[in-house]
Design a binder for this molecule. Structure first.
Ligand code: ATP
Ligand code: ZN
Length: 461
């Protein structure tokens, strides 16, 4: 079997992956807090860990992998949003979860028929959370104060190992909440009281609700046990969320390992900053889909960058992806049968080198291996049962191709002749007609954008 190597954040090394039980490889990934549409950044871990899940199923067999990705449906952001919109909390979480499933399915991530995938909701595991908190109190790792229960960070000597920083350094860099009921500002909430208009459950500390971190510890324990193989999420969750998960789980179950391999995807950025709701620099997956950007194109753009590198979304990348996929789909349409190319498996087994996997797809296409291409596209989640309609509905006819190429040639000529006014006018005109042009050192390539307008293009001629 191909050796799988994964970069473990905990050791900061690429390690050979050895599952605890090859008969049941277990992975947990922190899922969405369901209060709003997923933005494009939120979709990145979903796609990255979907690729890993596909690879694990390929290597160990489909019936031998369990993938848990939770739904966080108790959280203060949810309470606030439901109040703002004047709707019930369960209506908000139900609708948002449905949107999440639809939007991710468009990106090739659909587990509706997958028995290996489990999607626990936090509200279904409150009992497990209370039990874990009681256990932590009994072991001296947590304390109740004024209706709250707090985790005593200084009671866990290994705190901070995942991030490789000392507790004091972390305090200095973090926004820790100081509260009168805390023994130490670093201590974090396991349980907090709920007022009558907030969702709450009866507990030994009064009516209240769990903190976010304990949710993942309890759900992973319930579905995967005290020790499991892989824990994933975005790098923004490394601290404090994942440090806190480790502290809770390892203190409640000192004999278990909790998670052995920690994988973190880097951020999708906008002009060098993390795309996030709080910065307001986001657009949703649904926005892109509604603008006519196909889900396969979004997925392809994600796969073009290694998961441990930050990346931007650009229209040029989307246009390039669109054109490449259109070509591949045309080739793959004739294929029947076929198997995923081993070079793809090898590339992914090297810490999910999706960039390399795409290079293999280019090779397969170049060799005219329709079967290998189709099967490999399917394996990577870039092709479903049939070629997507967008790729065949509006093929670029020869006349349009010739027109665009001649306009681009005219632009290049004008540039060469240092007639920048004409070159810029052509550039703007081509863009206004909805043609997306990508200039690179090797020359220009292009594709039709969703708002392509042939009449405008013809007017330029
Ligand atoms: N810009 C991003 N790029 C990649 N992954 C991201 C990005 N933003 C959030 N994530 C990931 O999305 C998942 C869901 O995160 P979470 O529920 O905290 O998002 P959120 O609170 O809705 O978003 P935000 O981070 O914008 O406030 C996590 O795995 C997180 O690491
Ligand atoms: Zn989590």
């Amino acid at each position: 079997m191909t050796t799988l190597r994964l970069h473990n954040t905990k050791t900061r090394k690429k390690e050979v992956f050895e599952p605890i039980d090859p008969g049941n490889v277990r992975m947990y990934v922190c899922g969405p807090t369901v209060y709003d549409r997923a933005h494009l950044g939120n979709a990145r871990p979903v796609v990255v860990f979907d690729v890993l899940y596909r690879l694990l199923k390929h290597l160990y067999g489909p019936g031998h992998v369990t993938y848990v990705r939770n739904i966080t449906d108790v959280e203060d952001k949810i309470i606030d949003r439901a109040r703002e919109r004047g709707i019930a909390i369960d209506e908000l979480t139900r609708t948002t979860t449905k949107w999440f499933h639809q939007d991710m399915a468009a990106l090739g991530v659909d587990y509706a028929q997958d028995p290996g995938f489990k999607e626990p909701k936090a509200t279904e595991h409150i009992g497990g959370m209370i039990a874990m908190i009681e256990d932590l109190i009994a072991r001296g790792h947590a304390y109740a104060a004024e209706g709250h229960v707090l985790f005593r960070v200084r009671s866990y000597a290994d705190y901070g190992q995942l991030s490789g920083r000392s507790v004091d350094d972390m305090i200095a860099g973090a926004r820790v909440e100081v509260a009168p009921y805390k023994e130490d500002p670093m201590d974090f909430v396991l349980w907090k009281p709920s007022s009558d208009d907030q969702p709450g459950w009866e507990s030994p500390w009064g009516r209240g609700r769990p903190g976010w971190h304990i949710e993942c510890s309890a759900m992973s324990l319930a579905l995967l046990g005290e020790s499991f193989d892989i824990h994933g999420g975005g790098i923004d969750l490394q601290f404090p969320h994942h440090e806190n998960e480790i502290a809770q789980s390892c203190c409640a179950h000192p004999k278990g390992d909790f998670a052995r391999y920690w994988l973190h995807n880097e951020m999708l950025q906008v002009e060098g900053k993390k795309m996030s709701k709080s910065l307001g620099n986001f657009f949703t997956v649904r926005d892109l889909l509604d603008q006519g950007v196909p889900g396969e194109v979004i997925r392809f753009v994600f796969l073009s960058t290694h998961y441990r590198k930050p990346m931007d979304w650009t229209e040029a990348k989307a246009a390039g992806a669109r054109r490449t996929l259109r070509k591949w789909y045309e080739q793959a349409a004739s294929a029947s049968g076929g198997e995923v190319d081993e070079a793809i498996v090898t590339a992914l087994s090297n810490d999910l080198n999706t960039h390399e996997a795409i290079a293999v797809l280019h090779d397969l296409s170049g060799q005219g291996d329709a079967e290998g291409l189709a099967a490999s596209l399917r394996f990577l989640g870039l092709l479903g049962d049939s070629v997507p309609a967008w790729a065949t509905e509006s093929p670029v006819d020869q006349g349009t191709t010739a027109l665009i190429e001649s306009l681009l040639a005219a632009r290049a000529e004008a540039r060469k002749a240092r007639d920048f006014q004409r070159a810029d006018a052509l550039r703007d005109g081509i863009a206004a007609a909805g043609v997306i042009v990508m200039d690179s050192a090797e020359g220009s390539s292009w594709d039709l954008g969703p708002d392509f307008d042939l009449a405008k293009l013809e007017a330029l001629n």
